[in-house]
Design a binder for this molecule. Structure first.
Ligand code: NDP
Length: 334
């Protein structure tokens, strides 16, 4: 009989589309996992905003049941039929529909396609990789997007919304290390010292951006990384300087965009979308390489807290309430 391992399991009671889902810690075997050519001994996973949506069932993230949540993980290859990986290799996975259509990282074992994996960057531990996690890797994709649109430090300040969250925290630390002047927008004034420690030069109250504003406002930033969406993103665009760029990756404030075309047609502003889930491998390798070089490890450690597999459900509820600061790392063996 194959060895048992612990996993968080989301199940659906009944066949109907709107049947309620439940979550429990289960003992599984490799036979319970989905097909793939690499088996990974998972060391760490994380709790991202999307994990919150999946585990609570707030949005239909999970498309197959039963499902192991966890959109990312880091660990060691145990078995491999993939030419790029052999037992003992350290690997990282983000996205690719894991926790949606394929079983994810909130388990001691995962079986996935080797094509979805990237090698753990040199000098990084598995715990560091998951302190970064999908949130931090997405923050890096946003920085790359700003660079692609030539938003360099000498162009002016860069705004980060949802600043005290996972994407926001890593974005601030990255931008500060790269020499940008960073404006952090937060609803938590109590986190000002934390945000300044990460590298924010100025902190603004997110209420300044959350009410419907004018199609064009006084220019305040050359670029922005937006994790909030909705009216906030519309106001961010309206206050972006001529030829500036906004990298939009999130919807913590809502998935709509009640904006005007004015920033695009009168100020040459670019709205750049960022998706981490289906990003091609070369982009992932670039992002992870840059994270290894450009993210201050001491700041990374200051923004993370570690929990065990049994604490994930509560953390999933908390992240949707905006109560989590920085990054949650899940030690799946704890
Ligand atoms: P977190 O919950 O860690 O951070 C979100 C932050 O947004 C909160 O900490 C809070 O920051 C702010 N916020 C929360 N609710 C509201 C609200 N109603 N109005 C305004 N601000 C709010 O989540 P993550 O950082 O993990 O993810 C952020 C967003 O990015 C999510 O929507 C997530 O789905 C998305 N995402 C997208 C990816 C992609 O591939 N495109 C990949 C990863 C994440 P504060 O308290 O400082 O105001």
């Amino acid at each position: 009989m194959s060895e048992k391992f612990r996993a968080l399991l989301i199940e659906k009671k009944g066949e109907e589309k709107d049947a309620p889902q439940s979550v429990r810690l289960a003992d599984l075997t490799l036979d319970d996992l989905m097909p793939g050519d690499v088996v990974v001994d998972v060391a760490f996973s994380t709790v991202n905003y999307k994990d919150g949506l999946a585990i609570t069932g707030t949005l239909p993230v999970v498309q197959k049941f039963p499902m192991i949540p966890g959109i990312d993980f880091a660990g060691t290859v145990m078995q491999s039929d993939h030419p790029d990986y052999k037992p003992g290799d350290q690997v990282v996975l983000n996205g690719w529909g894991v926790s949606e259509t394929h079983m994810g990282g909130h388990a001691e074992r995962a079986r996935v396609k080797g094509d979805w994996l990237v090698p753990l960057p040199g000098g990084m531990t598995s715990a560091d990789a998951m302190a970064i996690g999908t949130a931090g890797y997405t923050a890096m994709l946003c920085v790359l997007e700003l660079e692609r649109h030539d938003i360099r430090p000498d162009r002016g300040p860069v705004l980060v919304t949802g600043a005290a969250g996972g994407v926001g925290s890593v974005a601030i630390a990255l931008l500060a290390k790269l020499g940008y002047r960073v404006i952090a927008s937060t609803g938590r004034a109590s986190e000002s010292a934390y945000l300044k420690h990460l590298g924010a030069d100025e902190i603004i109250d997110r209420a300044e951006l959350s009410e419907k504003g004018k199609p064009l406002a006084k220019p305040r930033w050359a670029g922005a990384i937006d994790t909030v969406g909705s009216t906030t993103l519309a106001n961010v665009l309206a206050a972006t300087e001529y030829d500036g760029a906004v990298a939009a990756c999130g919807m913590a404030g809502g998935g709509d965009l009640p904006a005007s075309v004015m920033p695009f047609i009168l100020r040459d502003v670019t709205l750049a979308g960022v998706d981490s889930v289906m990003a091609p491998k070369d982009k992932r390798l670039l992002a992870w390489g840059r994270l290894a070089d450009d993210l201050d490890r001491a700041k990374l450690h200051a923004m993370m807290q570690e929990i065990g597999l049994g604490d994930v459900v509560q953390a999933a509820k908390d992240i949707l309430k905006g109560k989590i600061r920085g990054r949650i790392v899940v030690d799946v063996k704890a």
